[in-house]
Design a protein around this ligand. Sequence first.
Ligand code: FAD
Length: 404
Amino acid sequence: MTFAYQLAKAGHDVTVVDRQKAPALETSYTNAGEVSFGYCSPWAAPGIPQKALKWIFMRHAPLILRPKLDAAMVSWLFKMLSNCTSERYPINKSRMLRLADYSRQTLADVRKETGIRYDERMKGTLQLFRTQQQLDACAKDMKALAADGIPYRLLGRDDCTHFEPALTHVREKFVGGLLTPMDETGDCFKFANALAEKAGKFGVRFLFNTVIQGLNVEAGRVRGITTDRGRLDADIIVVALGSFSPLLLKPLGIKLPVYPVKGYSLTIPIADASRAPESTIMDETYKIAITRLGDRIRVGGMAEISGYTNDLGEARRRTLEHSVTDLFPGGDVSKALFWSGLRPMTPDGTPVIGATRIAGLFLNTGHGTLGWTMSTGSAKVLSDIVSGKAPEIDVHGLAISRYA
Ligand SMILES: Cc1cc2nc3c(=O)[nH]c(=O)nc-3n(C[C@H](O)[C@H](O)[C@H](O)COP(=O)(O)OP(=O)(O)OC[C@H]3O[C@@H](n4cnc5c(N)ncnc54)[C@H](O)[C@@H]3O)c2cc1C
């Protein structure tokens, strides 16, 4: 939706085609609600393979691996492991941060231009450490934040309660935290729908309830798409189908290493605001984000590698309930909405934005763990590329050609 908005604003004739009945009903529906520019880092990092083994066996496991005889899963896992090195990590991270930093500016511009509201707050993210070991280990994160010029503050227990007053009731459960004050929060579904309305005013047409079955290419150039409701001609096609993007590219011989990594969330009505969060808290132990969205608490996290399935497991619900009620018992979990979504993950963490070897075919996908956070920057970069303008940031390493 961010891309459709930018492209229409640049004067193009845009049609959004989606199988759902409205915007943002798949992965963007009830994500964790963080717009965490400061936290954009690849999951593929040095030491992750060893940590992953530990996580898999935890009671409230942040990582669940269900191996399958699926060539795409195996190939993706190997590629991800090959990115867990001290050489690849800084390269991948700097690409993500470049986009995230640009997204900070472009999101502010979008907000100013449109005036859209989406339960947004600008109060930062607090990474909460339950153990001294976690607190000590964050020294390397602080170094990385400082190197990237991202403001941060290391907080002791009392400072944490100052930032999040409801934590006063559970002071003994944590030792400190790392605050990135420039981060934002909000409801991604509301954001996308409000932006769709504005995009409509710029002339964007929406074809909902329409399944794209194939991309039509003739003589090395895209001609349009085939859907379950007929053909649609176009000069330019931008594939932005989240985890499903590689499936439509495969018949064209384009191998896009995007694979679904499932996550879960709970949306809980607040019953006692004095015991609810004010902004986003990242519970470092369970790798779960807890966010305030108006009169609701959103809890999201976990990484389950199990293919294209949205099954909801009760054990995952219990993990989310445990993490949130342990720190913020101000919500009524019995009335919570339980949900799962498929993060479109690349093995190196950076989304895939730019042209392909087929004329007129572009990609804007693979946004993984912090896709909303990087969405407005990605949209502006690609809108400039499609319009034949020089993007405002260095786009080296963002296109699919980096996997060649
Ligand atoms: C639990 C969880 C928590 C998260 N928390 C955060 C967070 O706090 N902050 C953040 O920035 N990011 C977060 N993310 C990541 C973020 O939600 C995703 O990166 C983002 O939603 C991806 O958006 P997308 O538009 O690329 O994909 P999607 O939202 O999945 O959209 C893809 C669209 O393509 C359509 N589609 C697919 N195939 C077809 C077809 N054949 N024909 C027609 N239409 C089709 C679908 O209907 C869908 O509308 C989280 C993800 C999860 C799972």
